[in-house]
Write a protein that binds this ligand. Structure first.
Ligand code: C2E
Ligand code: MG
Ligand code: MG
Length: 595
């Protein structure tokens, strides 16, 4: 067996065409089956194949008379047709030096006669052949028969093209889909050397999901249809609209067309809600624009880049935004952090906890500390939890982080208890810790088996955690409160602080957000607000903690207004357990409270 047919000079592009036209081992197809049956009958041969020649193998899109579904490329007769796009006829393979030692000739299926007509794309690439095989030698084909085999091969090619176009259509809207969008971008670059691609985010995926849940799938489909119709009227003539994801459309324009003008027109018309079955649905449009040049790296993920620009435009309410490389840098960093997290959770050398004390403003004592997570990444150095926790929250990694922190505070509590240090440890939690009973079960179990006091633990959660599954979150918080664990609402006064909700929450502490506290010594409005918040929260029986206290003036105001506790750099920065013990021993912080 030799090395088979030499490679054609355009092999790289040819393989790319094969990948585009013939999705690997696609399902059985009745039309292809009929064509091979007809060809076999017409030529009266035992074997007929539609063979697709890939890098290392040929596989059969349809076949009669052969068991095998593929063979290595090195024994492929059909591979020879890719060299010159011409039909190959071998009258007696046992006499042909190219094939006489071929395993398909010397062994099953014992090919003797072979004729293959190439399957050629419009761009002139041969994907494979329609071939007929006999086990005995034959005389050369007549011109009429050769034309017939070519005709059958053309039929195959037409059907391959048809299947491919069907794969390019987004069924509900009838628009071309993402695959076709990418294909057309490539073509626009080849033809014009440059182009601009646009992604239009019309509504958020979460909003579409809510619509499906509230009004049903067919309403959502009709809404998308209505959005499509409005968008189509706003595009320049001859510009195709594509549907590139459930909530996004795309289009391509020539380089030089004014992006600002086109975006302004779309944004203006989408200020009005879209009507669907008489119901006005408000749109949240963000448009991303990515200019491309012919010199673009072919592997670059254009779609991801333009979509990130559209997301940015919508999230920051910019209307539209040109792709900027820093979005990509941010995404790459996010990806790198997320992919390093599993190792960080397991390694036990990258994560650590620091502790920041809170002081009691009436007694001047410190009997409670907040545990704050630190991550030392082996390459990137120290990463703030404010950066990696929100990323991890979007993945399934968050519960493991919660359990890591839980285990670490339990170990710390055991160590402090053994040394007679009495400190309550507050832990920050996220919604994934309370979405089901797992975390609370683990916490209660740890406290029980180590014979620790539940009152020596506190959980800090933020109100944003109540957005998705409020009932379950509240149920889990109630369980911990019932066992005597303290519960604090963190970052209160930001977001949508809701007093009606607060009453329902099984919390006993409210932590006023540092953004309110940092403005206290200068901002008159913050003064009124914080004073009122302290009064209201204390009136409802909460312990009120001010976080982010950085100067004495602020601390004095808080004492004057009856705030219960304070935490911040003025008092102490987050520190290691050993540093914290020294700090407590020195006891200098009491001077801050008692003039
Ligand atoms: P947070 O729970 O509101 O924590 C307070 C943050 O403010 C901490 O930042 C703390 O170091 C910082 N801080 C304390 N005093 C001052 C001050 O006087 N001035 C200023 N400017 N900042 C002060 P850190 O440690 O970077 O944590 C940021 C956020 O990350 C935390 O906000 C919390 O939401 C989250 N986080 C930290 N550790 C964990 C953890 O173990 N689990 C979870 N789920 N989240 C955590
Ligand atoms: Mg906190
Ligand atoms: Mg906070």
């Amino acid at each position: 067996m030799g090395n088979g047919a030499p490679l054609p000079s355009n092999e790289t592009q040819r393989l790319a065409e094969v990948a585009r036209f013939c999705t690997v081992d696609s399902e059985q197809d009745e039309v292809f089956d009929k064509i091979v049956a007809m060809t076999s009958a017409y030529f009266n041969v035992p074997i007929t194949l539609i063979s697709i020649v890939e890098e290392h193998r040929q596989w059969f899109r349809a076949r009669v008379g052969l068991e095998a579904t593929q063979t290595p490329r090195e024994v492929s007769f059909c591979a020879y047709t890719t060299l010159d796009n011409l039909m190959l006829e071998v009258l007696d393979a046992t006499l042909d030096p190219r094939f006489k030692d071929n395993a398909l000739v010397t062994g099953a299926p014992h090919i003797c006669y072979y004729a293959g007509a190439p399957l050629i794309t419009a761009d002139g690439f041969t994907l494979g052949t329609l071939c007929i095989i006999d086990r005995v030698p034959r005389a050369p084909m007549s011109e009429r028969d050769a034309a017939m085999l070519k005709n059958f091969a053309e039929l195959v090619m037409m059907h391959i093209g048809g299947v491919r176009s069907r794969n390019f259509v987004d069924q509900p809207t009838g628009l071309f889909n993402r695959q076709r969008f990418e294909e057309d971008i490539r073509q626009a670059l080849q033809l014009n050397g440059a182009c601009q691609i646009y992604a239009v985010d019309v509504i958020s995926p979460a909003f579409l999901n809510d619509i499906v849940k509230a009004l049903g799938y067919s309403f959502a489909a009709e809404l998308i249809q209505a959005i499509k119709s409005r968008l189509q009227t706003l595009l320049p003539q001859d510009c195709l609209l594509y549907k590139i994801s459930p909530t996004r459309f795309g289009f391509i324009l020539n380089d030089g067309q004014p992006a600002a003008q086109i975006c302004a027109r779309i944004l203006y018309h989408f200020k009005h809600p879209v009507q669907c079955q008489g119901i006005p649905i408000p749109m949240q449009v963000g448009i991303g624009v990515l200019p491309l040049l012919e010199s673009e790296e072919p592997g670059r993920d254009w779609l991801r880049l333009v979509i990130s620009a559209a997301d940015e435009a919508r999230d920051r309410q910019l209307g539209w935004s040109l792709y900027e490389p820093q979005f990509d840098a941010a995404q790459r960093r996010a990806l790198m952090l997320l992919s390093s997290l599993p190792e960080a959770i397991d390694a036990d050398t990258q994560f650590s906890l620091v502790y920041q004390p809170k002081i009691n403003l009436s007694s001047g004592c410190s009997d409670c500390v907040e545990a704050l997570l630190r991550w030392h990444h082996p390459l990137l150095g120290s990463i703030s939890p404010a950066e990696f926790i929100p990323l991890a929250e979007k993945t399934a990694l968050m519960p493991a982080i919660g359990l890591w922190v839980l285990n670490a505070i339990v170990q710390q509590a055991i160590a402090w208890k053994a040394r007679g240090v009495c400190l309550r440890i507050a832990m920050n939690i996220t919604v994934s810790d309370l979405e089901n009973a797992g975390f609370v079960d683990a916490m209660l179990h740890e406290i029980r088996i180590h014979d620790l006091d539940p009152e020596d633990f506190e959980l800090e959660f933020t109100e944003s955690m109540l957005i998705t599954k409020p009932e379950e979150v509240i149920r889990q918080l109630q369980r911990v409160r019932q066992r005597g664990i303290e519960v604090a609402v963190d970052d209160f006064g930001t977001g949508y602080s809701n007093w009606a909700y607060l009453k329902e929450l099984p919390a006993n502490t409210v932590k006023l957000d540092q953004s309110l506290i940092s403005g206290l010594s200068t901002n008159q409005n913050d003064k009124h607000l914080v004073r009122t918040l302290i009064g209201l929260a204390k009136g409802l029986g909460y312990c009120v903690v001010a976080e982010g206290v950085e100067n004495q003036e602020t601390l004095d105001l808080l004492i004057q207004w009856g705030c219960s506790q304070a935490q911040g750099y003025l008092i102490a920065r987050p520190m290691s357990p050993a540093a914290l013990e020294d700090w407590i021993e020195q006891g200098r912080y009491t001077a801050l409270v008692k003039p």
